[in-house]
Design a protein around this ligand. Structure first.
Ligand code: NAD
Ligand code: GLY
Length: 365
């Protein structure tokens, strides 16, 4: 297969908060990647202890020609550190360095670093610019795009945060080569999600190219990242703050967040919980008469081939329901699910607890 990939630029149109998502190879070292960012004297690269030795020196070298001070802050690695305490380490660094309100933050990492750094950027001096330098597949196809930033609270995932858009998103495909296969699978979950909710031709493409994606073929990865970003950019452009259609991007997330919170953050990866959550949401769609069982089976097969779990942990239906009632889509304690209305089209609606309970029992080990 051809291994050379041209850099793609996916625009995200949000008026004066518009920006570009750059997707390609060798982007970290390419000076063109970093041109035309807001002028500042200081850049803070926020990363973690796993990613820092791999990519911080390269990013730092690229930024040193643009900023007179480039600082690297390396945080502990893991979803369990997506907390107020870790967020405060970013503020400690910024204040300790006397960083002014033009200081630009570079989130070098996956969704945990991206969400936390974005939130720090939204809060520091009421808002400083930030750039998403996404190094996991999940971050490149989903979390770095669209401006959702957050930390977890012991009582709920991503409950404390802000909508705050980056200046640019940089998806250097080369970084995926060092990513663990389990993390790659987690990213595949968020790619697969775009098929049932928006584009069945893309779902077919994923089915046909899944082996190439798992083998980290750069051409296949480039297309998957680009198409995912195009779909997400379209949805976010239509509904930045999730007043309506953006909720469809949470397909699989209502059940998924219950798995993550129910087991304790970090036990299952976010993408694993979303993969399994999509199976549960597809079953619920079928039980409500929206889709055929054959569609649920097709989606389940794809999720399983991607190396993701298709059966949930046996937490007890009441534990799932308890966590789902605090989901951000819930209204007056009534859980609202993203369901598949027909393949390629999603709908957000409630369902009877008894049916949901049945689905949970059917889908758990
Ligand atoms: P992550 O950020 O924890 O990264 C996964 C692991 O891979 C970490 O151990 C990390 O250190 C390591 N890693 C990162 N890049 C690497 C590389 N290139 N090579 C080797 N190792 C590397 O997890 P994630 O899956 O990227 O993100 C999950 C988070 O994203 C969750 O907190 C979730 O809530 C959030 N999320 C946010 C949005 C959003 O719209 N903001 C959307 C989806 C998910
Ligand atoms: N990941 C869901 C969203 O960005 O809305």
């Amino acid at each position: 297969m051809n291994t050379s990939v041209a850099t793609a630029c996916v625009p995200i149109s949000l008026g004066d908060r518009s920006y570009s998502i750059l997707i390609g190879e060798n982007l970290l070292s390419n000076p063109l990647t970093w041109q035309d960012l807001p002028k500042a004297s200081c850049a803070l690269i926020v990363t973690n202890q796993t990613i820092a030795p791999l990519y911080a020196p390269k990013l730092r070298a690229a930024l040193e020609s643009l900023y007179s001070r480039v600082i690297v802050l390396s945080l502990p690695d893991g979803e369990v550190y997506k907390t107020f305490e870790t967020l405060n380490l970013i503020f400690d660094q910024l204040l300790g360095e006397g960083a002014d309100r033009k200081t630009t933050l570079f989130a070098l990492g996956g969704g945990v670093i991206g969400d936390m750094t974005g939130f720090a950027a939204a809060c520091y001096m009421r808002g400083v610019p930030f750039v998403q330098v996404a190094t996991t597949l999940l971050a490149q196809v989903d979390s770095s795009v669209g401006g959702k930033t957050a930390i977890n609270h012991p009582l709920g995932k991503n409950m404390i945060g802000a909508f705050y858009q980056p200046e640019r998103v940089v998806c250097d495909l080369d970084t995926l080569q060092t990513l663990a296969q389990r993390e790659l699978s987690a990213g595949l979950a968020e790619i697969i999600k775009y098929g049932p909710i928006a584009d069945m031709a893309f779902m077919l493409w994923i089915e046909e190219h899944l082996d190439a994606l798992i083998a980290k073929d750069p051409v296949a990865l480039a297309y998957a990242v680009q198409r995912s970003c195009e779909i997400k950019a379209g949805v976010v452009g239509a509904d930045e703050r999730e007043g309506g259609v953006r909720a469809i991007l949470n397909f699989g997330h209502t059940f998924g967040h219950a798995i993550e919170a129910g087991l304790g953050f970090g036990v299952w990866l976010h993408g694993e919980a979303v993969g399994c959550g999509m199976v549960m949401a597809a079953h619920l769609s079928q039980r409500l008469g929206l889709v055929e069982l054959s569609f649920v089976e097709r989606l389940t097969r794809l999720i399983s081939r991607a190396g993701l779990p298709t059966q949930g942990p046996k937490l007890g239906a009441h534990v799932y329901l308890e966590h789902m009632r605090v989901d951000k889509k819930a209204q007056n304690g009534q859980i609202r699910f993203v369901l598949i209305d027909s393949p390629g089209r999603a709908v957000v609606m409630g369902a009877d607890d008894a049916v949901v309970q049945d689905v949970i029992e059917q889908c758990c080990l």
